[in-house]
Design a protein around this ligand. Sequence first.
Ligand SMILES: O=C(O)[C@@H](CO)OP(=O)(O)O
Length: 207
Amino acid sequence: MTERLLVLVRHGQSEWNLKNLFTGWRDVELTEKGVEEAKAAGAKLKAQGLTFDVAYTSALKRAQNTLDLVLGEMGLKDIPITRDLALNERNYGDLNGLNKDDARKKWGDEQVLQWRRSYDIPPPGGESLKDTIARALPYYVQHIQPGVLSGKRTIIAAHGNSLRALVMVLEQLNPEQILKRELATGVPIIYRLNADSTVASKVDLAA
Ligand SMILES: O=C(O)[C@@H](CO)OP(=O)(O)O
C-alpha cells in the first residue's frame, strides 16, 4: 500500500523569536534552544519509526538548519533537499526587525494585531497571510503534493505563516480558523493523506 506521509515542522526558536522582533524575511540564526528543539523533533520522528525520501525547506537558514538537525538526528543526511523561497516566512515589510512591543506602543494593540493576525490586511510594504498563501500553496500543489501522493515520504521544515498556508488546505480551515491556529516551534505534525490528497490522519507531536 502506498504510504502518503507528509510531515510539517516549524523551525526551532530563532534569535529574533527570542528578542521578540518581527522577523519575516530576515535571515536570522536559531538560538541554542532552537537547536535543541530541532534535534528533539528529529528524535521524536525517529522514535515514531518514520523515515523520509525527500525534504523541502525555505530559502532562510533558520528553517534550513532545523531541517539539517532533524535529518541528522534521524540518520537521513543524504536525502534530496529542495529549498525554495515560496516556503519563506511571510514578508513583514517595514515591520521586519522592529520589536513587537515597541510596534504596539507606536501603532496601538489593535493595529498590530490586525497586521499580525488578520487574513488579508498586509503590514506596510509586506505580505498579508493571504498573500503568503497565494505563493506557498501553488508551490505545495505543484511541487510537493504529487510526490507525497506517489509515495515519497516527505518532510517540510518552514515557518509559522508559510506552514499555516499548508495547514489551511490540508485541514480545510477557513480564514477565521487558520488565524487562530498557532504552530509551536520545533513541533512536527504528521499527516497521512488519502489518494485524493485529503487528510486520512493527523498526529501532532507536541511534547
Ligand atoms: O516575526 C515573524 O516573522 C513571525 C513568526 O515568528 O511572527 P508572527 O507571530 O507575528 O507571525
